[in-house]
Ligand binder design. Structure first.
Ligand code: HEC
Length: 171
């Protein structure tokens, strides 16, 4: 009789003990559904794969690694110039002014020792290559902040194409 009771108790308690052991991970069974059981690289875990040699981001080359000036890949079409005017008026005119003379509303706040906002119709900037202006926009230049976050590479080239039309129409 007592044997029967013991066996019944054992049959009842065993699943309970097993369940507790599994719940508190005293007994760990790696179910295949655990997300951690897969080949993966966690945040900031090595090894990182480097991009393939010569790979170019889909947004285009930021600046050639050999230090040479990037070529303007955007033809100065009517469309590009019209887009460029929108970008220039939003992102450049605040400092450089709509006519690029360096007299935008923010220019007055540039006080020494900061350098003045450049007059972009100046002979020196007219002669500057598109690639150099592109790098100025991308990386900033002395008092001028980098605008890389504001304009995509294609938008920067559009703004430069538009700037050329301002330079041509001003004397
Ligand atoms: C926050 C104000 C500000 C904005 C916005 C700004 N610039 Fe400038 N920029 C400056 C200042 C200040 C200088 C002068 C930097 C110096 O000579 O120290 C300058 C200089 C330049 C130069 C001359 C660099 C050289 O070689 O001397 C170019 C070209 C130029 N900016 C183009 C642009 C274009 C294009 C945009 C818009 C995409 C733009 N800037 C937006 C403030 C600004």
């Amino acid at each position: 009789m007592t044997r029967r009771i013991l066996i019944t108790l054992a049959i009842l308690i065993t699943p309970l003990v097993l369940g507790l052991a599994l719940t508190y991970e005293k007994l760990k069974v790696d179910f295949p559904s655990f997300m951690e059981n897969q080949p993966s690289v966690g945040y900031r875990e090595g090894p990182r794969l480097l991009p393939a040699e010569g790979a170019v981001p889909i947004t285009g080359v930021e600046s050639p690694p050999d230090g040479s000036l990037p070529e303007n890949p955007v033809a100065a079409t009517q469309d590009s110039i019209e887009r460029g005017k929108v970008y220039f008026d939003i992102h450049c005119a605040v400092c450089h002014g709509e006519d690029a003379k360096g007299d935008g509303p923010v220019a007055a706040y540039f006080k020494p020792p900061a350098s003045d906002v450049a007059d972009l119709t100046d002979e020196r900037i007219r002669k500057e290559e598109d690639g150099l202006i592109y790098l100025t926009i991308t990386k900033g230049f002395q008092g001028m902040p980098s605008l890389a976050e504001n304009l995509t590479p294609a938008e920067r080239w559009d703004a430069i194409n538009y700037l050329r039309t301002i330079q041509r129409s001003s004397n």
